[in-house]
Design a protein around this ligand. Structure first.
Ligand code: CMC
Length: 376
């Protein structure tokens, strides 16, 4: 017993597989989807285009994009049995639990061809189209808002905002959400994508893989950090108090959410784009409170810990100004990342190899079994 092997805790720096989907340059702070820099995609494309890019490996033509939009619009409604399950969930349930449970339930009531059509791409589109409806249905019920209408004329970003807010979002608000969806769509072998690929590598189905991924994204060290950033901001009344509040947390050895990253050694490029959008939306709404606080927090964390912001630092300030409750931030992350999860699952199916690492055994040495009557 025992092992001589070197353990890479948290699989840090382990190259687990080859992928054609996403490249992160952690030293230069660049993020590339299928060869395209996310800064270009955020400035010029839409979530639908990016989802197409992730699934098919190339940008769509105008006709292909229009067709995907129509497909999304047609896949938004939920089966009545799933709506019934959603209606039985407690109104104070965690929305990530709701999402995970509902995706799992959807697998049971969905027709087989949707789940396992050609390479399951139908399932990828179905889940991506349905997530805003699941979130909107749950949130509207708990908030006492009227039921969602299908709204086929709305883009994915506009539909997500409409589903959550029951209002006609302004073009700038839709643009902000679209950019956030684009930036969150994929991130190589992050924990939730890895979880999805592990599940798929057993030849389990796409819905099971996405269910695993949602449970993994929920944690505060991953997607849950954006909600915790707002909890920190709620403790800071004005920028001049940022230093004291952050220092008090660091003195207690607490992590400051929205900072640090396993891969980036410089600023996360998604944080750079979202900072700009936080300012833009703040200026439009004439409310730069959160933006100013975050700038102040950034300075302190850099001075005290030398840590750069990650994608989760600024997203919550934008969502809050759009009127979205804090506990829906991580679900919005999921509503975008589902495109990346499913692209990775499809890639896994195409180049399948069971993901099954080994552990170095550090438990007790071999023991003699003692019958229960003889145990003291
Ligand atoms: N606040 C305070 N200290 C930190 C932070 C932070 N946010 N991040 C890292 N450190 C410290 C950490 O305490 C450790 O110090 P020491 O060596 O003295 O113990 C050192 O930096 C290295 O940290 P690590 O935990 O070994 O590094 P990691 O690669 O495992 O951590 C991380 C990556 C994202 C889990 C971590 O930076 C963190 O906990 N950040 C806060 C949570 C957060 O914002 N998560 C969102 C990540 S980006 C979105 C996503 O992809 O999911």
């Amino acid at each position: 017993m025992g092992s001589e092997s070197v353990v890479q805790r948290g699989l840090q720096d382990v190259v687990a597989l080859e992928s054609r989907i996403c490249f992160i340059d952690g030293k230069q702070g660049r993020l590339i989807y299928r060869g395209y820099d996310i800064r270009d995609l955020a400035a010029q494309s839409t979530f639908e285009e990016v989802a197409y890019l992730l699934w098919y490996g190339r940008l769509p033509t105008a006709a292909e994009l229009a067709s995907l939009r129509t497909t999304f619009a047609g896949l938004r409604a939920l089966p009545p049995q799933v709506t019934e399950i959603l209606d039985r969930m407690p109104k104070d349930a965690n929305p990530m639990d709701v999402l995970r449970t509902t995706v799992s339930a959807l697998a049971i009531f969905e027709p087989g061809e949707t789940k396992s059509g050609p390479s399951s791409i139908g399932g990828a589109q179905r889940l991506t189209a349905a997530l805003p409806t699941i979130l909107g249905h749950f949130h509207r019920r708990r908030a006492g808002l009227p039921a969602i209408r299908p709204r086929p004329e709305l883009s994915h970003a506009a539909y997500l905002l409409y589903a959550l807010l029951n209002a006609e979002p302004s073009p700038l608000d839709v643009n902000a959400i679209d950019v956030a969806l684009i930036l969150h769509a994929d991130h190589e072998l992050n924990a939730s994508t890895f979880a999805a690929r592990v599940t798929a590598s057993t030849l389990s189905d796409l819905y099971s893989a996405v269910t695993s991924a949602i449970g993994t994204l929920k944690g505060p060290l991953h997607g849950g950090a954006n909600e915790r950033v707002m909890e920190l901001l709620d403790e800071i009344p004005s920028p001049d108090r940022a230093e004291a509040v952050v220092q008090a947390r660091l003195a207690k050895h607490e992590r400051i959410m929205g900072f640090g990253h396993r891969v980036y050694r410089v600023e996360d490029p998604r944080a750079t784009v979202l900072r700009e959008w936080s300012r833009k939306i703040g200026e439009e709404k004439k409310d730069l409170h959160y933006y100013d606080l975050l700038r102040a927090v950034e300075l302190v964390v850099m001075k005290e810990k030398g840590l750069y912001p990650n994608v989760d630092l600024y997203s919550g300030s934008i969502y809050t100004l759009l009127g979205i409750p804090h506990d829906l931030f991580t679900p919005i992350f999921a509503a975008s990342r589902v495109s990346g999860w499913t692209a990775h699952v499809l890639e896994e199916y195409d180049d399948l190899r069971l993901i099954r690492p080994t552990a170095a055994y550090v438990g007790p040495p071999e023991q003699r079994y003692v019958p229960i009557a003889e145990r003291k």
